[in-house]
Design a protein around this ligand. Structure first.
Ligand code: HSE
Length: 445
């Protein structure tokens, strides 16, 4: 039997009024987001929380590191797990990151000790969320993770609570601010991938290990969480397919732009193949596509379903301020604990499974072929496509560079993914084709 979640804040009398007793927090992880949260807590009088929150204990990898906030007044814990189970806290706030290791141990310790948990850790929730949600439910405490998906965009509880009356068919969007910043800024400024990535890191958008962003892993964690909620599915992260922006070049972006497309990292979960198909990949969007003009570090999530139609939420998806504000929203929720499970659906709804990508995927594709500039080279390309039954919709060839390599951009008519795989295999056999051919699916409007 699910237990009704226990209130964590008691009512006290103050100046003739009944008010909620301060909520005592233990915060583990004092990086960009942890410090952003402490700054926000310091100016809580200007926010709209239902009661007062107090930081009583903190934990991080290094006590002495230079930080923009003063932590000397809080009890220090070398071990986040000890903080999580401390009698001096009402709730545990996990901002360490990492799917396993100290973050998981500490969150389990807090839940076992009957403390509600607020976390921004998408890797932890994507990979162990189901088990942690079960534990939280058994203990009758909240496990909240609004900040784990799309930073400051309030999509998790919107999906879990407000949209529970919608039969969702698709959840999609731009879920990694670093990647969106990369593809936007490279094209706008003509700067290299490395320069723009360094800027994203200095702005606090990127993960401590930015390969998690550029490989598509971070967006995959987020879309897996949203899909589990949207489809009441048993979250199985191993089934999520991902491809990042780490291979996308400035030339890819420029060629696509000249043909009328923006390349962006898109994440999606759809009800298909008898289950839930979840994937992340760079996709080419026509300028008129609803997501094509979502630029910089903005995130956007589009939820489609009946009888709603579609709803789109857009906002800052990365950075310490927006993420800390989402954590704060969850902390405020602890004054009024809910009875819903962490992922929303009741246990008996968990019938759907995550399955592999759509076998019969039909789409148009953007190809960037790198071609030695000599007679007959382009004819070889069109012949390879024809042999694979792939028909060309648009084609653009630029003059050769100093190495005599000419970029050729092709937009195909819709075809099966297997046809494109066949065409690319044929192209790779041609002497005139140098480098691997870039293949990017075109997302229909
Ligand atoms: N690194 C993430 C992003 C932010 O760039 O969107 C935290 O999820």
């Amino acid at each position: 039997m699910p237990v009704r979640k226990a209130p964590v804040a008691s009512i006290i009398e103050q100046g003739g009024h009944c008010v909620l007793a301060p909520l005592k927090l233990g915060i583990a992880g004092l990086g960009h987001v942890g410090c952003g949260l402490i700054e926000l807590i310091e100016r809580q009088a200007r926010l709209r929380l239902p009661g007062e929150v107090q930081v009583t204990g903190v934990s991080a990898r290094s006590r002495s590191r230079n930080r923009p906030v003063e932590i000397g007044n809080y009890e220090w814990f070398d071990d986040a797990g000890e903080l999580a189970a401390s009698e001096n806290i009402d709730a545990f706030i996990e901002l360490m990151g990492g799917s396993d290791g100290p973050a998981k141990i500490a969150v389990e310790a807090a839940l076992e000790a009957g403390k509600p948990v607020v976390t921004a850790n998408k890797a932890l929730i994507a990979e162990h969320g189901q088990a942690l949600a079960d534990l939280a439910e058994r203990k009758g405490v909240d496990l909240l993770f609004e900040a784990a998906v799309a930073g400051g965009v309030p999509v998790v509880r919107a999906l879990r609570d407000s949209l529970c009356g919608v039969e969702v068919s698709r959840v999609s969007g731009i879920l990694n601010g670093t990647c969106n910043f990369l593809t936007t800024e490279m094209l706008a400024s003509g700067r290299s991938y490395d320069e723009v990535l360094a800027q994203a890191q200095s702005l606090g958008y990127a993960e401590a290990d930015p390969t998690l962003d550029v490989s598509g892993m971070d967006a995959a964690h987020k879309v897996a969480i949203l899909s589990a909620m949207a489809f009441s599915a048993d979250l199985d992260f191993s089934k999520v397919e991902l491809e990042g922006v780490d291979g996308v070049t400035l030339l890819d972006l420029r060629l696509a732009d000249r043909l009328g497309y923006r390349i962006k990292l898109i994440a999606e979960g759809v009800a298909a193949n008898g289950g839930v198909v979840c994937r992340v990949a760079p996709m080419a969007l026509e300028f008129g596509h609803p997501l094509a003009q979502v630029n910089g570090s903005l995130n956007t999530v589009r939820i489609e379903g009946e009888p709603l139609g579609a709803v789109t939420l857009t906002g800052p998806g990365a950075g310490p301020g927006p993420t800390a504000s989402a954590v704060m929203g969850d902390i405020a929720k602890l004054f009024n604990p809910g009875v819903r499970s962490a992922f929303g659906g009741a246990k008996h709804h968990l019938s759907r499974k995550f399955v592999g990508a759509r076998k019969s995927e039909q789409a148009a594709f953007f190809l960037h072929v790198r071609l030695s500039d000599r007679s007959g080279a382009l004819a070889g390309v069109s012949e390879a496509l024809a042999e694979a039954n792939v028909s060309i919709d648009k084609l653009l060839q630029d003059s050769a560079d100093a190495e005599n390599v000419s970029p050729v951009a092709i937009v195909t008519h819709p075809c099966a993914r297997s046809g494109i795989d066949d065409a690319v295999a044929r192209l790779s056999q041609l002497d005139a084709v140098v480098d691997a051919t870039r293949v990017i699916r075109i997302e229909a409007n």
